[in-house]
Write a protein that binds this ligand. Structure first.
Ligand SMILES: C[C@H](CCC(=O)NCCS(=O)(=O)O)[C@H]1CC[C@H]2[C@@H]3[C@H](O)C[C@@H]4C[C@H](O)CC[C@]4(C)[C@H]3C[C@H](O)[C@]12C
Length: 325
């Protein structure tokens, strides 16, 4: 399970949880403007926007799970098994792009969601694995900038781009289901509920939060979607950096997996291995890991944007404690 959210205060923020039962050798990877990005069916991008996010690097290639570029465009890939479908590439098709190339391709070339829509209008997502040992991942993608969010889903029906005014994505079923499902929760209110149940019973709310009775708290994708949507849309947050990143992490924490609560069919613990919040306006990637509640930050603008060398920052995975005595 994974959840992503887009949030605008003074700056634009984009965060996700990575819910997974294994590690994929991930670290924070900075891809500067002059690091060559080859594509299997398209020409190499020798110069592109700088990219910062979490990836695993194989044979020098940054396989990003989520990232932003220097222009404030963000993307996260989330599991979409059984629905994601990528046909075999046809030589006659132009702009054949593999799922593992999608994040570097879009973030390397586009400054906004509007430019991404234009780029994708001529693209074909195709079934090209990175290697024999690294198969194609069945994903859908949340793509966002400070003005809007969209969702990209490639199924047997072809490529679909959905506008995403909720600013949230989780997993199966598809995005259309998730937004339709919100209709079932239209009764939720942040204040006290009105007594619509009976005019004779004299029912009164006996505490705060009763307007949210019915808000799901389980970890299924549909429930996480509703919960993150409710919290994202009702969120009240000051404009400053500390308030904004706290708020994004609080929303992500509310849909995070505690070890032991979800066990996969292989008997492994599905946990939120990391949560991140990117300040996409300023190019700062904040994250925390399951065993470390303290935030770590990497600032793209402290790097040499013009470099031609990939830079890697290992994740901080052990608990950092600010002792008070
Ligand atoms: C499994 C991850 C998504 C987590 C998630 O959404 N879980 C939900 C579970 S469920 O549906 O609710 O059951 C995805 C997100 C990004 C993926 C990675 C990125 O796409 C980068 C490469 C791409 C390669 O093709 C495969 C390895 C890989 C390193 C991917 C491994 C894995 O598929 C990742 C890590």
């Amino acid at each position: 399970m994974c959840t992503s959210i887009a949030k605008r205060t003074h700056d634009f923020y984009f965060g996700r949880t990575m819910d997974i039962e294994y590690n994929f050798d991930e670290s924070v990877i900075f891809t500067p403007r002059n690091y060559s990005l080859p594509f299997r069916k398209m020409s190499t991008l020798d110069r592109h926007y700088a990219i910062l996010g979490i990836a695993t690097v194989k044979e020098g290639y940054p396989l990003y799970a989520d990232a932003m570029n220097e222009r404030g465009l963000c993307i996260a890939g989330l599991n979409f098994p059984d629905n994601a479908y990528y046909p075999d590439p046809k030589d006659s098709d132009t702009n054949n792009i593999s799922p593992f190339e999608l994040i570097p391709w879009i973030l390397g070339k586009c400054a906004s969601v509007a430019e991404t829509k234009r780029l994708l209008s001529s693209a074909h997502l195709v079934n090209i694995p990175f290697s024999k040992d690294i198969p194609v991942a069945p994903l859908h993608w949340h793509i966002a900038d400070s003005d809007s969010s969209i969702v990209l889903e490639n199924t047997r029906d072809g490529m679909k781009l959905y506008d995403n005014p909720v600013g949230v994505l989780t997993n199966n079923p598809g995005f259309h289901f998730q937004t339709t499902n919100l209709c079932q929760y239209m009764n939720l209110v942040t204040g006290s509920p009105k007594n619509c149940f009976s005019s004779i019973s004299g029912l009164v709310p006996f505490g705060q939060g009763l307007g949210c009775v019915g808000l799901p708290g389980d970890f299924s994708p549909a429930s996480r979607f509703v919960k993150a949507a409710y919290l994202n849309l009702s969120s009240i947050c000051n404009d400053d950096e500390a308030s904004s990143i706290s708020q994004v992490f609080h929303i992500l924490d509310s849909v995070s997996l505690v070890k032991g609560s979800v066990i996969t069919s292989d008997d492994l613990c599905d946990v939120t291995t990391y949560s991140c919040c990117m300040n996409a306006t300023k190019g700062i990637y904040y994250y925390k890991t399951y065993n470390n509640n303290q935030l770590t930050a990497v600032d793209m603008h402290r790097e040499n944007l013009e470099s031609n060398l990939l830079k890697s920052y290992s994740l901080t995975v052990t608990q950092q404690i600010a002792w008070a005595n």
